[in-house]
Design a protein around this ligand. Structure first.
Ligand code: HGY
Ligand code: MN
Ligand code: MN
Length: 410
């Protein structure tokens, strides 16, 4: 493998800071929900950097953006990238780091006059977060053929606005058919977003795979009535049922144990008034587990509890599946590459699964895929205080360059 040229760390930090200015929120984070004006502005800035680097830009019909750096040979590129959309309380590293480090790797090769055998491609995928439109990892899932373009374009947000219309509005509904650029390998650099690397005092994560994800929305129907005059025996309280589901979700994680996690992130009551028994509750339940059998067990127990609680309260329930992905394992030789390159750089490294979903889990359906993690301070993410030290950013970016160069010369 060619020795990698130096990476311009200062330039990478400067771009991370510049991108974080877009949709900046109090506390140093970003709010760039998918396909909003803020997401457009972030996309436009990153595309302007791609153009400035002389990369050939391609936008597909779901708004995924691919920037190609020509190789000595044509054909399938080695691809890297992530996402630039964020949650509403997002940090500046989630997704953005992987895209900007990929661009920095291209700049380092340019500066050294290195043209790799295979082309390189730096991509960002539409709506990785799934916070506004579900499912998450939407753009990379369509790219990998796991969701039809029509279904994705028709997905709507809470206000009934469709993905397709938003892509048109922000000018990112490309003409290229999704899946056109089929990579020979994919590598994603990402912050861990959890506490494992920090607790282990390890700098690099050689990610073994991504845990299974189960997202459901429950809309509970009750009867609005007076909070003071209605005897408890006559109530059909959607708010009470939602609260029971939320506490059951926490109990379920204890009962299932292991890596089981459960989150009720959205609870909306109607009419949401202090003296009116709620006639509607809309809540989401996010269940995850590294083991598919245990995840199915958790889902079955949740659905049984919801049905029993709804029936006992004389309410109704409508269930919508928002996302469902089985656990993904990355190929052992790709995991080993990350380990070897980290050690070659004198970095501490450990294997761990990803608790968060990533575009890499979708690209793994198409080609050999690896993820490189760097630590999250206090394990915090999806929080404006999300932070990774400059030294760890640099360590991760260096290893990304090494791995891209190795794969692009193979
Ligand atoms: O939900 C996730 O794990 C990712 O942030 N989309
Ligand atoms: Mn992410
Ligand atoms: Mn995220």
């Amino acid at each position: 493998m060619k020795n990698s040229p130096p990476l311009d760390h200062a330039h990478l930090h400067a771009r991370i800071a510049a991108l974080a200015e877009i949709g900046a929120v109090e506390g140093g984070g970003c709010a760039r929900l998918a396909l909003t004006d803020e997401d457009k502005a972030g996309r436009d800035l990153v595309v302007s950097w791609m153009r400035a680097q002389g990369l050939a830009i391609h936008v597909d019909a779901i708004g995924n953006v691919f920037a190609i750096r020509a190789g000595r040979e044509s054909g399938a590129p080695v691809m890297t990238g992530s996402h630039v959309d964020t949650v509403r309380t997002g940090g500046r590293f989630d997704g953005n780091l992987g895209v900007l480090a990929g661009l920095e790797a291209c700049r380092a090769l340019d500066a050294a006059g290195i043209v790799t055998r295979h082309p390189l491609c730096v991509a960002f995928f539409t709506n990785e977060e799934g916070a506004r439109f579900q499912p998450d990892m939407m753009g990379s899932l369509v790219h990998a053929g796991g969701l039809s373009l029509e279904e994705a374009l028709a997905a709507t947000d809470g206000a009934g606005i469709a993905v397709g219309d938003e892509l048109d509005r922000i000018g990112y509904r490309g003409t290229m058919a999704p899946g056109t650029i089929r990579p020979r390998a994919f590598v994603e650099l990402h912050i861990e977003q959890g506490p494992v690397l920090e607790d282990s005092a390890v700098t690099i994560g050689a990610v073994t795979g991504v845990q299974g994800i189960s997202w459901h929305e429950f809309t509970i129907g009750g009867v609005s009535a007076h909070a003071g005059t209605t005897p408890m025996r006559l109530r059909h309280d959607a708010g009470y049922v939602a609260a029971e589901i939320a506490t059951f979700t926490r109990r379920l994680t204890r009962e299932i144990g292991g890596t089981q996690v459960g989150t009720v992130g959205v609870v909306e009551l109607r009419p949401n008034l202090i003296n009116v028994i709620a006639n509607q509750a809309r809540l989401t339940v996010d269940l995850r587990n590294t083991d598919e059998t245990n995840l199915r067990e958790a889902e079955a127990r949740l659905f049984a509890f919801v049905d029993a609680t709804v029936a006992a309260e004389g309410c109704t329930v409508a269930v919508r599946k928002l996302a469902r992905f089985e656990p993904v394992d990355f190929p052992p030789d790709m995991i080993a590459r990350v380990e070897r390159l980290a050690i070659a750089r004198g970095r501490s490294v450990m294997r761990l699964p990803s608790g968060a979903g990533h575009d890499a889990q979708m690209l793994a359906r198409l080609c050999p895929t690896a993820m490189i993690f760097v630590p999250s301070v206090k394990g915090l993410s999806h929080n404006v205080a999300e932070f990774t030290t400059p030294a760890d950013i640099e360590a991760g970016a260096d290893i990304l360059l090494d791995l891209l160069l190795e794969l692009a010369e193979a």
